[in-house]
Write a protein that binds this ligand. Structure first.
Ligand SMILES: NC(=O)c1ccc[n+]([C@@H]2O[C@H](COP(=O)([O-])OP(=O)(O)OC[C@H]3O[C@@H](n4cnc5c(N)ncnc54)[C@H](O)[C@@H]3O)[C@@H](O)[C@H]2O)c1
Length: 439
């Protein structure tokens, strides 16, 4: 046992309740996957908490424990689930409709999934335009809805006997909006909830209810949600960890693998055109220009921040970057993403790279949901509050302290994550200097 931890970490005893707004493709693939792993029906591929290791000390020491043996994480067997959706389908039916996992596998985890009946959602058609469902809370102000959600949270905890809770937004992408006056302070925000201010989005009502209930909150979509001074104030005041935004899964994941490589070699770039066809409900929601704008913002910001055109104007000063998503039902959740990259080298000679990624969106997202809920619960038990920058690894638009630009390079993000774990346990941080091996 290390003796010099920088934090005291409470043990992960008892059940961990995972609360999910949005019982759709991602969340059902996550829950069905966890139930399958519990029964030995599949492997948690893609999950750092389940498969990853962390090197400790010098390369000569040979100490490389599994992450889950190094820090006390909740066990997969201890996870229980609940959630909200505007549709009444239970998690089994929703998973069948999402058509991500094989019917034969779903049949084997049917019982636990059928028990997950979505609670009535807080929904506002102005924020998600393309879908309509009956399972919504009606009447009352936004504050009344926040209180109803807090009551749902209390009841969920009581009925499942969960010792701790985490909430993760896997709901549809809400339309793009910027922080307004109502988002500036907690007082303004609470006043706005009472006055039913239309600038408060449903996802913000869930986040408020979670934070008020002492529950850590992660945002898997590009919505503004907790990225406002008011909700940051609440998270810090209540000592609760939060993170977001927008799971980094398919095309953007590949972008953050490649772009740092081109920059490392000082290769120039004149264009990056990304286009996608996608046929699931997420794709349908993103047909709406307002929701697409939220996605476009997070997808576009990545390259600019990685390539730093202000520092390298001759390499990246004239970059043309475009991202398109088209709803194409035949493909369902199996998205196809094409990238055309125009780069240039020595003396400006141009080259092209083409990528065709036939990916499965929810298969890529599910392990991220698992890692995020386990790490957020760890952060909570370690007394870490507010934005968890070390979880940037999982997001397209990582939340940062105001005025700080986010780190998008996935390998720097991974180093930051692992160094945070080392820091928690009082191990030396790894700098990769390595001069000591040659003394
Ligand atoms: N799959 C990925 O790779 C990936 C990557 C990044 C982000 N995301 C985001 O994750 C989210 C979920 O993706 P998905 O493929 O599961 O979408 P989905 O459409 O299958 O599921 C979203 C669910 O949220 C529900 N919903 C909408 N508003 C709600 C509200 N206010 N309260 C409760 N439920 C609500 C919808 O009815 C739907 O069932 C989307 O916002 C998507 O953009 C997904």
């Amino acid at each position: 046992m290390p003796t010099k931890e920088n934090t005291t970490i409470a043990p992960a005893d008892g059940k961990l309740g995972i609360l999910i707004p949005g019982i759709g493709a991602v969340s059902t693939t996550f829950m069905a996957g966890v139930e399958a792993v519990k029964r030995g029906l599949g492997e948690p591929i893609g999950s750092l908490t389940q498969l990853g290791t962390v090197r400790l000390g010098k390369r000569t020491e040979g100490r490389t424990p599994r992450i889950q043996d190094f820090v006390p994480l909740a066990k997969i067997e201890d996870l229980v689930f609940g959630g909200w959706d505007i549709f009444e389908d239970n998690a089994y039916q929703a998973a069948v409709n999402a058509k991500v996992l094989e019917p034969a596998l779903l049949e084997k985890v049917r019982e636990p999934l059928e028990a997950i009946q979505p609670m009535k959602a807080v929904f506002d058609q102005n924020y998600v335009k393309r879908i309509h469902g009956p399972n919504v809370k009606t009447g009352g102000s936004r504050m009344d809805h926040a209180e109803m959600l807090m009551e749902d949270i209390r009841q969920f905890q009581e009925s499942t006997g969960a010792a701790r809770l985490v909430m993760i937004w896997c709901g549809s992408t809400e339309v793009f909006h910027k922080p307004a006056a109502v988002h500036q302070t907690l007082k303004d925000f609470e006043c706005g909830l009472q006055k039913n201010d239309p600038d408060i989005a449903p996802s913000q009502i869930y986040a408020y209810a979670a934070l008020k209930s002492g529950v850590p909150f992660a945002n898997g979509a590009p919505n503004l949600t907790t990225d406002t001074p008011a909700l940051l104030e609440l998270a810090r005041a209540r000592q609760i960890p939060i993170c977001g935004k927008d799971f980094k899964t398919g095309q953007t994941f590949i972008k953050t693998l490649l772009a740092p490589g081109f920059k490392a070699r000082m290769l120039g770039m004149s264009g990056w055109f990304s286009t996608n066809i996608l046929g699931n409900r997420d794709g349908e929601v993103l047909e709406d220009p307002g929701s697409f704008k939220s996605k476009e913002e997070t997808k576009l910001s990545v390259l600019e921040q990685i390539l730093q055109p202000d520092l390298y104007p001759q390499l990246y000063g004239n970059l043309y970057h475009a991202v398109r998503i088209n709803y194409y039902p035949p493909r369902g959740d199996s998205k196809e993403g094409w990238d055309n990259i125009d780069i240039f080298g020595w003396l400006g000679y141009p080259m092209q790279i083409k990528i065709d990624f036939l990916c499965r969106d929810s298969i890529l997202a599910a392990p991220l949901v698992l890692d995020l809920v386990l790490f957020l619960d760890l952060a909570q038990r370690a007394g870490m509050k507010g934005i968890q920058e070390w979880l940037s690894f999982y997001f397209k638009a990582p939340m940062t302290a105001p005025g700080l630009y986010p780190e998008h390079d996935v390998f720097i993000q991974l180093m930051k994550l692992k160094n945070t774990l080392r820091w928690m346990r009082g191990e030396d941080l790894i700098t990769h200097l390595g001069l000591e091996y040659y003394d």
